[in-house]
Design a protein around this ligand. Structure first.
Ligand SMILES: *Cc1c(COP(=O)(O)O)cnc(C)c1O
Length: 424
């Protein structure tokens, strides 16, 4: 498949014509330049675009609130009391989990802390936390603060899985070596399922199996995985996972996060956790005076009654994902990303290096392009030419052709503009 790509605008147009998902682009608001032309938006890995349907979903809840007041909890078209349940099945399909394993609640970093309350149980002998060396800053700060919270040194207690000098991608042999040397001191392995910087999609099952073999708990931050790759969280065997819904899942800035707790922990009421009335048995929640009784599954980690307006935006997106299905989505994702890679390689520019893995099974749709001796001005020129991408210091542009709304022409034009700028 990869070698079949061709150069030229006509070919890009032909691919758009043959694309069975092309009509979804029309279901999104595409940001425009000041002349009213579509921008080339390749930043859906940072903030996904707004589905046109989102407004109706939110308006429904505003209307029910206006007309029903508190009765909306039970009488709204989509009653608010169980509203999060309307998201569970679609979300479970997106991340490859069973419904009992998934809940939408809080935001990502909050969920990460809640999961560590339950799955980071340090002892004097085993208290370290392993992360990848270029983990997303919020994840690093969160695990460091957990170490300090339990009275451990956050330098000593942090074990980094790093790429080798001169390399960009982490190697599994090196993870194995770390675990062999100090696996019995590591309480938790917490890895970004798809690394935000390189776009490397890790083998979750392999990492979870390895961690468990050494007696560690294993969790994944799937902020860059959910809605991007087929995560198969259940089969991965991970203890927990967390993600956000505003990147690949198009649910709006700062929208709520998702949380996965593996089925084998679903009925374990002994697991220590932080609780609130929304983690309590639904049958007796409003008796208000009984002893705490945890809900089974991921729902049993909720704290508060959730913000319905934000959930409505997630429902708009989740319904669309449900309709398309991850299979068609990842099929186009692989094809359009391969096309993007092909065009970049055809530039034959030795200053450009794609640091994302070349194997389509080890990446989603993001390509991280390292440009020798470049600085932020390159990104600014791209922006001025109508390409919305993302700059990461020191020298990387991240671009993600999103299968739901990016076209092959978007990709073609981006590479043309990059070529022009680099040749200037
Ligand atoms: C985007 C992202 C976050 C952001 O966390 P919030 O709590 O949603 O602000 C955290 N971790 C990773 C890996 C991310 O990609």
């Amino acid at each position: 498949m990869l070698s079949n790509y061709q150069l030229g605008l006509d070919y890009a147009k032909q691919l758009d014509k043959e694309d069975e998902l092309s009509h979804y682009r029309n279901q999104f608001h595409i940001p425009k330049d000041k002349n009213g032309n579509d921008l080339i938006y390749l930043c859906g890995n940072s903030l996904g675009l707004q589905p046109k349907a989102t407004k109706d979903y939110i308006n429904q809840e505003l209307e029910d609130w206006a007309n029903l007041g508190v009765e909306g909890h039970t009488d709204a078209k989509n009653p608010w009391l169980p509203y999060h349940e309307f998201l569970t099945e679609s979300m479970a399909k997106v991340v490859g989990a069973k419904p009992i394993e998934v809940v939408v609640m809080n935001t990502l970093t909050t969920n990460l802390h809640l999961m560590m309350v339950s799955f980071y149980k340090p002892t004097a002998k085993r208290h370290k936390i392993l992360i990848e060396s270029d983990a997303f800053p919020s994840d690093k700060y969160a695990v460091e603060s957990q170490l300090r919270h339990h009275g451990y040194d956050d330098k000593d207690g942090l074990v980094l899985w790093s790429p080798r000098p001169g390399e960009e991608l982490a190697r599994y042999e090196d993870l194995e070596a770390i675990l062999e040397a100090q696996g019995d001191e590591i309480a938790l392995i917490m890895i970004g399922g798809v690394n935000y910087y390189t776009g490397q999609y890790f083998d979750l099952k392999r990492i979870a199996a390895l961690g468990h073999q050494y007696g560690c708990k294993v969790g994944f931050d799937c902020a860059h995985g959910a809605g991007n790759v087929a995560l198969n969280l259940h089969d991965s065997g991970a203890d927990f996972a967390v993600w956000c819904t505003y990147k690949y899942m198009n649910s709006g800035p700062g929208s709520l996060g998702g949380c996965f707790v593996h089925e084998r922990h679903a009925h374990n009421k002994e697991l220590n956790r932080f609780t609130g009335w929304w983690s309590h048995n639904k049958e007796t929640r409003f008796n208000m005076r009984g002893e705490f009784d945890a809900l089974a599954g991921a729902e049993g980690w909720q704290l508060s009654n959730p913000p319905i307006l934000s959930m409505a935006a997630i429902k708009a997106s989740a319904d669309m994902f449900n309709e398309v299905g991850m299979e068609k989505l990842t099929k186009k994702s692989k094809h359009i990303t391969g096309y993007f890679e092909f065009l970049l390689n055809e530039l034959n520019n030795t200053d450009i290096k794609i640091i994302t893995p070349t194997n389509p099974e080890e990446r989603g749709c993001q390509l991280s392009i390292q440009v020798k001796n470049a600085d932020r001005s390159l990104h600014d020129k791209l922006t001025a030419s109508g390409v919305i991408s993302d700059w990461r210091e020191p020298d990387v542009i991240r671009c993600a052709p999103i299968p739901l709304y990016n076209s092959y022409q978007d990709v073609y034009l981006m590479v043309e503009k990059l070529k022009t700028i680099l040749n200037d």
